[in-house]
Ligand binder design. Structure first.
Ligand SMILES: [Zn+2]
Length: 63
């Protein structure tokens, strides 16, 4: 029984577990990132007093 992709419910591909494709893996990553930055109550800022700094966004995306 193949597992289903949590994004689109298609059968999971071994290369992209637990997703069916790189596209769905990217979708999940985006959701995770959005959720991470959308939690207003979570103030575990290790850097302290500069919540508006964009430097934590990084530059790893090559779309
Ligand atoms: Zn999928």
């Amino acid at each position: 029984m193949p597992a289903k992709c949590p994004i689109c419910a298609k059968p999971v591909a071994v290369d992209y577990r637990p997703f069916c494709s790189r596209r769905c893996a990217d979708v999940d990553l985006q959701r995770w990132l959005v959720g991470r930055y959308a939690i207003p109550a979570a103030r575990d800022d290790e850097d302290g007093d500069d919540p508006g700094s964009p430097r934590s966004l990084g530059g790893d995306f090559e779309a």
